[in-house]
Design a protein around this ligand. Structure first.
Ligand code: AMP
Length: 113
């Protein structure tokens, strides 16, 4: 999609520190990490948010969640991590190409704020 930052990363037009890549998903390190491990997992196909993805493509949703677990395991946090999908600007979403934040490697607080 034109003017989508994460589509540009998928296309290879903008560099990223990619940690996983398959036919459906790529995962790359967040440019502003909030924890020792902070990786974004995204579908190659453009969908605005997790709700849209889940509605339009349950299979792609499952592939995304599987990839998140693979990333967490590969990063050594497979048994304790947070997977966050900010959905909507008021909830903190700033890039409108669905992405899960895989965050871990430190103690987490709840509620997240
Ligand atoms: P959200 O606020 O949930 O939409 O998350 C967007 C995330 O994308 C933020 O954590 C940003 O730090 C991250 N981000 C923005 N631009 C880049 C980039 N070029 N490479 C990697 N992460 C990015």
């Amino acid at each position: 999609m034109a003017d989508c930052l994460f589509c540009s990363i998928v296309a290879g037009d903008i560099p990223a520190d990619i940690v996983l890549s398959n036919d459906h998903v790529i995962a790359f390190r967040d440019i502003a990490p909030q924890a020792p491990v902070h990786v974004l997992v995204i579908p190659r196909e453009h969908h605005a948010n997790i709700g849209e993805l889940a509605t339009n493509s349950p299979q792609a949703t499952a592939q995304l969640l599987q990839a998140a677990q693979e990333v967490a395991a590969a990063e050594g946090i497979g048994d304790a991590y947070r997977l966050v999908f900010n959905t909507g600007a008021d909830a903190g979403q700033s890039v409108f190409h669905v992405h899960g934040h895989v965050v871990g490697g430190r103690d987490m607080n709840w509620p997240p704020g």
